[in-house]
Structure formats: structure tokens, C-alpha cells
Design a protein. Sequence first.
Length: 75
Amino acid sequence: MKGILPVKEQESLQECLICEQEKEKGIYLLNYFICRSCEEDIVNTEADDRGYKYYLERLKKVRNTLLEIKENKVH
């Protein structure tokens, strides 16, 4: 799955997929920007934490994009 998680430093503000705030630094998961703060929160959140479901909901966009890519390759 080459290229799914390219780490890229941004020089301009990007809207974070998770917090929806404009931030300068973070990573791209497919074409979705996740700021450093949210990335850190996701990595440190346990499955029984209150915020876990929130992160899952926000990350569904990434899952759906992956499913679309897979489906397009099959057709």
C-alpha cells in the first residue's frame, strides 16, 4: 500500500480532517490533512476513551476513499 500515508510538512494552513481548524503542520492520510495535535490524540486514545468514537467517525472519510479506490480497481 505504497503512498497511503505520505508525511509532508506544509508551509501553508490546511484544514484538519479531525478538528476542522486550520493548522500548519501535520500529516496527510491519502488526501486528508490531520494536524499534529489530532494525530497525537488519535495515537494516544484508547478504545474505551470517550473520544475514540469521535475519531472513528471523522476517519470514515479515509476508509470510504480507500473503498472507492479498491472498487475502481476491480472495475
